[in-house]
Ligand binder design. Structure first.
Ligand SMILES: C[S@@+](CC[C@H](N)C(=O)[O-])C[C@H]1O[C@@H](n2cnc3c(N)ncnc32)[C@H](O)[C@@H]1O
Length: 355
């Protein structure tokens, strides 16, 4: 007699999500799978179907791109782990890439250096950051000229001279920041401040004014002209949007690889480094994001989401395990780059959640 296993058991056996099993059953890709009541049952001896999704590797060696800003929560360290989740052995090509909370774009720049996507979409709620992406895409030579001038003036100065120059640029940035237009001049101030301020932080006060003090870098590279030109080239087929991640829904479909890296849920009460702008990303925001992920999961997109692991601090905290119980949750080790207490930098687990 044929024996059956549940979708949950098949998901565990094949190391894919329960939702994916249900989709494969409904697409009739598991021979002998049956719906009983509202649940799928699967013959215990069924083979795992080959994942039809895949991405194309760039065959020619392209130039390596680096993020043009230092960004809190930058994902440089997790790239290898995230890359393992790019499906690579299937038939259906993933032709689109979406990163709706792009930040400094550590994964984006790695991905566009190495894989071929026909269409890409990036967005962020931080309008100054997005203004810089747009300036690089549309007006890179003017941006480079401006950054070069600033670099040549700033670097030879002594400490007092640098302070005077830095706070002057900060004031000018805050003046143009309040006019909500996009501009290359504003992008140049933004990149200069990012390269010279304390830890590359972007923090604003209640009035929306950037208030990070000067950092103490000896010889910061303010204008990396070669990298900016390379990014300019790579951004030409990228749609750049300033706004909420949910706007990406109209772009995402079954051919899309989506990477979402929201502001971290603070792992302790003292590490609330999530204020990239005035709105905090609280638990209600995490829940809204999880609902959005359910919506895009239904399109057949391949999704990877990263977040902090609350179990680092409280092993009983099941917030994300509960929120994403029908997805696969991987715990990977990383070193936190910015902590309110520098001595507390160290290895902790981060979450990679995928469908
Ligand atoms: C952890 S950072 C992303 C870091 C990025 N992965 C990197 O490598 O630099 C989170 C980003 O989400 C953005 N963000 C916060 N709320 C958002 C929202 N509702 N919609 C889109 N972006 C948002 C923040 O401005 C920030 O840049």
């Amino acid at each position: 007699m044929l024996s059956y296993i549940s979708a949950k058991e098949a998901a565990e056996k094949w190391n894919i999500s329960q939702r994916r099993v249900a989709i494969l059953c409904s697409e009739e890709r598991i021979s002998g799978a049956m719906m009983v009541g509202n649940m799928w049952i699967i013959p215990a001896n069924a083979e795992k179907p080959i994942d039809k999704r895949t991405v194309r590797y760039e065959k020619t060696h392209k130039v390596e791109l680096k993020p043009f800003v230092k960004w809190v929560g930058g994902k440089g360290q997790l790239i290898e782990e995230i890359e393992k989740m790019l499906p690579s052995d299937g038939e259906k090509i993933l032709t689109k890439y979406a990163e709706p909370m792009v930040g400094g774009g550590a994964l984006l720049f790695n991905v566009i250096s190495r894989y071929q996507f026909d269409e890409l979409y990036i967005s962020d709620i931080n309008s100054e950051l997005i203004n810089a992406y747009i300036a690089i895409k549309q007006d890179v030579e003017a941006l480079i000229e401006r950054l070069n001038e600033m670099q040549m003036t700033f670097l030879p100065l002594d400490e007092n001279g640098r302070k005077y120059y830095y706070y002057n640029v900060r004031d000018k940035f805050n003046t143009v920041k309040l006019s909500d237009s996009t501009s290359t001049e504003k992008a140049a101030y933004f990149i200069f401040l990012n390269k010279t301020c304390f830890n590359g932080l972007f923090r604003v006060n209640r009035k929306g004014l950037f208030n990070v003090p000067m950092g103490s870098y000896k010889n910061p590279t303010i204008c990396d002209a070669e990298n900016l030109r390379n990014i300019h080239g790579a951004l030409q087929n990228v749609t750049i949007v300033c706004g909420d991640y949910s706007l990406s829904k109209s772009f995402i479909d079954g051919e899309t690889f989506v990477y979402l890296d929201p502001p971290y849920r603070p792992i302790s009460k003292t590490s609330a480094f999530t204020s990239y702008n005035s709105d905090a990303f609280d638990d209600n925001e995490q829940i809204r994001l999880a609902k959005f992920i359910d919506e895009i999961n239904a399109t057949g997109a391949k999704i990877v989401l990263s977040n902090s692991d609350p179990k680092n601090v409280n092993p009983e905290d099941n917030f994300f395990d509960d929120l994403y119980k029908s997805y696969r949750i991987h715990r990977v080790s990383a070193t936190r780059m910015i902590n309110s207490n520098a001595e507390k930098r160290g290895k902790i687990n981060e979450l990679l959640i995928c469908n």
